[in-house]
Design a protein around this ligand. Structure first.
Ligand SMILES: *Cc1c(COP(=O)(O)O)cnc(C)c1O
Length: 347
């Protein structure tokens, strides 16, 4: 194709988990919430729909103020985007002047964006136990991107340990992707006020029941936030639509619902971990809404067998983790079905 830019010809696009459009599947493959949005969110979406003739507020002031209160930061320390994927894309496009470094086993989009934007990239292997060895990053000059807790391993690092990386080199940027932090991780957000080289990314997709709405955020000092604003206003000032902004605001105003969903997810995670261990699975110590497990039989075999029985989980065809499965925490009854199905498959 003679029109095609050569940089695009060689991309390896991200492969999202399957979204079957036929019902009947137990869907434990994309780390969505097991629960629907709060009732107020559904109502707010309907109300916002009645004003869709208008462009959204490009400053997103209502949801920004509410999120700033929730995170105990100032609105000028916040940036909102069309999912954290868009924000990560802006970061990779604009903040990697010194190149980028990230763990070899982590969120798949990091390597996709690094290639898309032609970045000098350093990929760092995990420890044998699949944890991130922060000592490997201490002396690097590249911008560091770390998911904490990490995906798909589900393992988290103490905030203090990551803070040491931030403190080690004030001239080096550290980006922490906290997509799963509310399920048991430690957030770096409280340190943003103090450190100009720290940027934290979060999302409404996992713990706020809004994966379909596409809403993510970045927390950093205003100088970094202004760069992200510059990216947005050079691309699409309305990347967060008005229905999504209204949903985010209503979700933030439904704190009890949010808390209850978190508690339920964590309780189901504890139950699921024990049940899978009884079946002989090794289950990593999850601080997320999913489990990373290695069974008596390889994930490469269990994944299609589960799919045939209408249970979708995620399997990654990478040598270091090909024996594992990543299983989203569903409802208790979905997890009971999963465990019963695995038991039958293994016997
Ligand atoms: C799900 C996920 C994201 C993307 O979230 P969106 O806000 O839905 O784009 C980013 N980082 C990690 C580690 C994730 O697991």
């Amino acid at each position: 194709m003679k029109f095609l830019d050569s940089r695009i010809a060689n991309l390896d696009p991200y492969v999202p988990g399957e979204q079957p459009q036929t019902s009947g599947f137990i869907k434990l493959n994309t780390n969505e919430s097991a629960y629907p949005p709060a009732p107020k969110v559904v109502e707010a979406a309907g109300q916002a729909a009645g004003n869709l003739q208008l462009y959204p507020d490009p400053t997103l002031s209502n949801v920004s103020q509410e999120l700033a209160d929730y995170l105990a930061v100032e609105p000028d320390q916040l940036f909102l985007g069309n999912g954290s994927d868009e924000i990560l894309a802006f970061c990779f496009q604009s903040l990697m002047g010194q190149g980028v470094a990230f763990p070899k086993i982590s969120y798949g989009f990091y390597s996709v964006f690094a290639k898309l934007y032609g970045l000098t990239t350093r990929v760092i292997p995990l420890n044998a136990d699949l944890s991130i060895n922060l000592a490997d990053y201490q002396d690097l000059t590249e911008t560091i991107v770390i998911a904490n807790p990490n995906a798909p391993t589900s393992l988290g690092l103490p905030a203090e340990a990551i803070l040491q990386l931030v403190q080690a080199q004030p001239e080096r940027l550290v980006i922490v992707d906290e997509a799963y932090v509310e399920f048991g991780g430690e957030s770096l957000v409280p340190y943003v006020k103090e450190y100009a080289n720290l940027l934290v990314v979060g999302t409404f997709s996992k713990s706020w029941q809004l994966a379909g709405a596409r809403l993510g955020y970045a927390v950093a000092q205003p100088a970094l936030i202004e760069i992200l604003q510059r990216m947005k206003y050079s691309f699409n000032p309305y990347s967060v639509n008005s229905m999504t902004a209204a949903c985010g605001l209503a979700a933030l105003q439904s704190r009890d619902y949010h808390e209850n969903c978190l508690k339920e997810t964590i309780a189901t995670r504890t139950w699921s971990k024990e049940a899978l261990e009884k079946l002989g699975f090794e289950v990593l110590n999850s601080q997320t809404n999913f489990l990373f497990v290695k069974g008596p039989v390889s994930g490469a075999i269990l994944y299609p067998a589960l799919k045939e029985r209408k249970i979708l989980v995620r399997w990654f065809n990478q040598p270091e983790i090909k024996d594992y499965l990543r299983i989203t925490i569903g409802t208790r009854s979905q997890m009971e079905t999963l465990v019963a199905t695995l038991k039958e498959l293994l016997s």
